[in-house]
Structure formats: C-alpha cells, structure tokens
Design a protein around this ligand. Structure first.
Ligand SMILES: [Zn+2]
Length: 630
C-alpha cells in the first residue's frame, strides 16, 4: 500500500463538564429541551445578562447564600457575544479549580457551563497557623534552595516569590479524588505556590487547615524531562517527556506552548508509566513518533518562525498503532498508512515486524506539513491542488530529514528509513530525485500523469502527480540537466537546500490559493523568489528553469530578459519580454534578418526570423518602451 491519505474528519467525544441535577433548577427559566448535566440553557424569559449572575445565580441554581461567584474575566467575541468566567466560593473561601462560564447572546444570558459542586456542607475549622503550615509545605517540597533565597542579582526566576510565599485558604479535593461533584471530598487547606531554584521547580502545596497535615501538591511548572530512547530507525535519540506526578511520566513533550502527545490508538489511552524509561519494544514506535514530532516542530519554529501545525501553537496528538480503511465505510484493518487532520495524527505500525512502523522522520514531517498547507493555503485535496498539497508534504518531509540527519543515502526518497534499522530492505514509496522509479511523473502531463477523470480512488492522482513539483524542488535544490517528456532539454543550476526551502515555504504560505494549478504554482514560486532574492536573481532564474524542466511554461529562466537588457544573439530562438510570465500578454515583435536593434514591450514575444544571423557571442540591443536604447 503506497498511499498516505488525509483523513478529512475526526470526531472527539465531548466529556461531561458540568454536574448539576437539572431537575432541581429554577424551572420557569430553564430550557429543558436543550439542557443536560453538561450545559444549562435558558429561555429568553430569564431576562438577565451574564453580567448579573453574581446576584442571580442563587435563584437559578437553587443555592444558599453560602455560595458566591466572583468574576475572573470577561471577553466579547467578534459576534458581540459576551463570555464571563466565574470562580466559585463557599463560605467566603475559593473552591479550588472550580469555575463556571456564563454566555450572553444579544445581551441575554443564553447558557452556562462548568463544574459546580452544589451540596458542600463542610464547616470551617482553622486550627493551624499559616506559618506552621508553611513549614509543613516546605518539608514536603524538599528543595535545596527556594526563589526567595536567591539574591536579586542572581535571581533568574521571573514572576516568582522573592519573599516567603503567602497562603490562600481554599476548599480543595482530597488527593486522588476524581469526581468534582463529590462534595464529601472537599477539605479546607492552606494553598502555597512555591518556586524553587535548586532544583528549578514550582508546585502548589496544600496543607490541611484543621489538622495541619500535608494533603497533596499540584505541579505548576511544565516538566520537560530529557531521556534517551531507542527509536525504530535512528538508534538512540534524546526526547523530552512529561512528569505527571511523583514518578509517573507520560510519553509527551510539554516543553513548549504547543504540547506533543502520543496516544495508544486501540485503547485511546496515553502512553504513560512509572519511571522515565521507554526502551521496551512495545514503546519503540511511539517514542520514535515523539522524537520525529519534536524535530519537525523545532525545524519549522527555528527555520521558518512558524509555530506548530497552525502557527497558533496548536497541540498535536499522535495516535499510534492506528488502523486505516482502504475503501469507504470499511472496518479499519490496514496498518500501513499515516494521516493528519487539524493536530490529530494517526500512524500505523506496519505489518512486518518492529521496524516497519510509519514513524520515519520524513513521514512524520510529511503529515505535519499537511497541517500547514491546510491552515495557510487551504489547498483543496483533489486533482492539481491536491497533488501540490501532497508535494509540499513530501518537500518538507525531506527537507526536515535533510536538516536533522544530513545528506544521508537515498535521502530524496520518501519513507526509505522504514525497515532499515533492523537490517531489512528499505521500503520507500516515492523518489523526489527520480519520480519515474515509483511510477510518478517528472513532467507535467508526461509519463505516469494521472487523468482526473479516471483516477477516482486517489482523488485525481494526488499521490502520483505530486511527482512534478517534487522533482522541480529537487532540481532547484540540487541541480541537473536532461530532456523532459516533452523533448525539451533543460539545465538547472542547484541553489542549495537552504535557499530552496525558503522559497518553498514563502510560496506556500503567501501565494498559494485553494485551487492553485501547476501554472499558478510556478508564478507563486517565482513571486516568492522575487521577494527573497530579487527579480532576475540567480535564485529567480533557477526557479523558472526548474519549472521549465518539469514542463510547466515554455520559457526557461535563461530566456527571461531584464528591463532594458541586452540579448545575446542566437539564430532560430524565441525570447520573451519578462512581464510575459506575470501578465500572460503577448504581442509579437519580429526581428528581420537585416535588423540588429529592436525595442520590446513587456509581454512581447521576440522572434528571430530564419535568415537572421549574428555571430555567436555578439550582441544586439532590445529595450522595453520606457527605456532609451543604449
Ligand atoms: Zn500526504
């Protein structure tokens, strides 16, 4: 199976996030047809705004005045809807981690959502002084040095205590309690937010206000724990994992705003365990995936200043050991594929052993790039735009691989690392340097080009016709010469991967449109090259040469003329006024055998008629209208 399909939709189940008994609510104002324990909808007759909830909520939720709700923040969206977030208090103490959001539409409260334990009946008992509680908290934190023990000059910790931490008295659930609605699990505690400098860490520590006992802690600092893992294809590599609590770790990267998770697809559970070691064979593929995601994330951030798949630091979930369908509506049974849709990646683990999973670096980067193409260019996943979408994924799949691993053998193949590490034979699915090797075209409309009308099972040949732009990119980066399927001789001078990838990324995000064709693609790449390197720069001309090489547009970069330029004379040759490539205008200008000076306009085709002769290496002049011939 050679296809990497894009999955077009993925549904998450919505978790219950509110826990109210709706039958106990104020009946006349609640819209029971729409409400559930998750969301409480109101009838328009409620005639109040989310802004008034602090005073009204006791009535609506049938609560006693021992409950309070205090506004945390309020936002207005671009439809002018108001969203106000409230914190819950009980007997004047905040209920830790319990919040409610009220939503207005047209100035009237429409619904609320949130976790609201409504039957707290605890008494307030404070038998311990704050200072004694702090000593208990520090004993449990156990750091060598705290933030307030650094002198100001050496204090590298921003926004942390420079004096002893102050406690807040809060209601918090006992350690291990899961059900937020369980009112018996709440206890009144001193909560200290403590930052240490050795080791560098931050936690909330809870000490029982009645007994003085340590109760629990909550991790405040995202832990980013480096550890060496054994990967499927790249030997031992260092990744970062997430410390959940105590000694329990998750195979996830929480070092950056965008979190990278691995999920065990058959069970829909995170990969997590006691101890930060991930060397078991059963964990190898998932660890390889996390390593690949980290490398790809870093490449786009450091090279193109682009944050995660959506440039908004969106999280990514890698669903590992996934199965796919070969046909519509099948029961998923194919382990040989990978896909990406809006931060959700699915990766199969192959069908021939431990080193056959689809987590090779170029495949992970390929999938990641689908997120970028969909977010930035909205490239429609069918026919020509779909082939270009696929091609950008191959382009950056390979570019990330080159960046991380260097110019290793067969690096221009796609998926060649699968099975390599185990000593088995390589299993590439495409080759950007020679698309024909895998029955993909290297020329627009050339050999192996898929006809949209007949190729329906791959959406018009998106995984085949991608070969055209793939080969163009290879030629642009590396350079080569030859004759394409149209019989045209081409010679492209490689501009190097560093310049080629800059042009590729800029073209994708700034110039591609949802239905871009290969003709549009050429203009997009030229526009990006002009932005970065200038018109008629070496890079610009080689972009034109590379597209000429793959049969898109009939003029090469060597035939593009600068303003007021001097044309070297050859017989039997057609030249193009340079703006032809942008405007598509053309009016013919003929140079007769006797003539040796011609003025040409933007968009003019200049034809040297048979019989025109000039000694090779000699010059004749041509100029656009605004120029004075020299
Ligand atoms: Zn793809």
């Amino acid at each position: 199976m050679r296809y990497l399909f894009l999955i077009l939709s993925f549904f998450f189940s919505v978790k219950a996030i509110a826990q109210l008994n709706i039958n106990e609510l104020q009946k006349e104002n609640v819209d029971f047809n729409r409400s559930s324990s998750e969301y409480i909808y109101f009838k328009p007759s409620i005639n109040t705004s989310a802004k008034n909830l602090e005073n009204k909520i006791y009535d609506i939720l049938k609560l006693s005045s021992q409950y309070q709700f205090k506004q945390l923040r309020s936002t207005t969206d671009n439809q002018n809807n108001l969203h106000i977030r409230y914190a819950q208090y009980y007997k004047n103490y905040r209920v830790c981690h319990v919040e409610l959001i009220a939503h207005d539409k047209n100035g009237v409260l429409k619904f609320i959502n949130g976790i609201i334990p409504t039957k707290l009946n605890n008494t307030v008992e404070i038998n311990v002084r704050e200072n004694a509680a702090l000593q208990t908290a520090l004993l449990h934190f156990g750091a060598q040095k705290y933030s307030w023990q650094n002198d100001a000059k050496n204090n590298i910790l921003q926004n942390s205590n420079t004096t002893l931490p102050k406690a807040e008295l809060v209601w918090v659930q006992k350690d291990g309690a899961i059900d937020t609605y369980n009112y018996n699990s709440y206890i009144l505690c001193y909560k200290f937010d403590i930052v240490s400098s050795i080791p560098f860490d931050a936690k909330s520590i809870f000490v029982n206000a009645s007994s003085g006992k340590y109760e629990k802690y909550i991790q405040l600092m995202a832990h980013c724990n480096p550890v060496s893992v054994s990967t499927s294809f790249y030997g031992n590599r260092t990744i970062s994992t997430q410390l959940l609590s105590g000694t329990t770790y998750r195979l996830a990267n929480d070092c950056n705003t965008a979190k990278l998770y691995t999920v065990n697809w058959p069970f829909n559970t995170y990969f997590q365990k006691v101890g930060n070691t991930w060397l078991d064979d059963s964990l190898r593929a998932a660890a390889t995936s996390l390593w690949g995601l980290e490398q790809t994330y870093s490449y786009f951030k450091n090279t193109h200043y682009y944050n995660s798949w959506d440039n908004q630091n969106g999280d990514i979930y890698s669903y590992e050991n996934a199965l796919f369908c070969n046909t519509a509506n099948c029961t998923p049974n194919n382990p040989n594929n990978a896909s990406f849709y809006r931060g959700t990646m699915k990766v199969g683990w192959g069908s021939s052993g431990l080193f056959d999973d689809w987590n090779s670096l170029d495949i992970i980067a390929h999938e990641f790039t689908h997120g970028i193409s969909d977010t930035m260019a909205h490239l429609v996943y069918q026919n020509e735009s779909g082939a270009l979408n696929e091609s950008f994924s191959d382009i950056f799949g390979n570019t990330v691989q080159l960046d991380v691993l260097g110019n290793v053998a067969n690096v221009w193949q796609i998926g060649e690392d699968r099975t390599n590490f185990s000593g088995g034979s390589s299993a590439p699915i495409r080759d950007m340097a020679n698309p024909n090797n895998y029955f993909d075209p290297d020329t627009y409309l050339g050999t192996y080009w898929q006809n949209f009308a007949t190729n329906t099972n791959d959406l018009g040949g998106v995984h085949t016709n991608s070969g055209v732009q793939n080969y163009m990119y290879y030629l642009l980066a590396v350079g080569d010469n030859g004759t394409n399927d149209l019989g045209n001789y081409f010679a492209v001078e490689g501009i190097g991967i560093t310049n080629a990838r800059r042009i590729a990324f800029k073209a994708l995000v700034d110039y591609f449109l949802p239905n871009s064709t290969h003709q549009d693609a050429r203009t997009a790449w030229l526009s990006a090259a002009e932005d970065l390197f200038g018109i008629f720069s070496q890079e610009y001309k080689q972009v034109a040469n590379a597209w000429y090489a793959v049969g898109v547009c009939s003029n090469s970069g060597n035939e593009l003329l600068a303003d007021c330029g001097t044309i070297t004379a050859y017989s039997d040759k057609i030249f193009y006024g340079f703006k032809y490539i942008f405007l598509g205008l053309c009016g013919n200008q003929t140079i007769n055998p006797a003539s040796n000076i011609v003025s040409y306009k933007a968009g003019t085709i200049i034809t040297l008629m048979p019989g025109f002769t000039a000694t090779q290496g000699s010059n004749f002049r041509a100029s656009i209208v605004d120029c004075v011939p020299q």
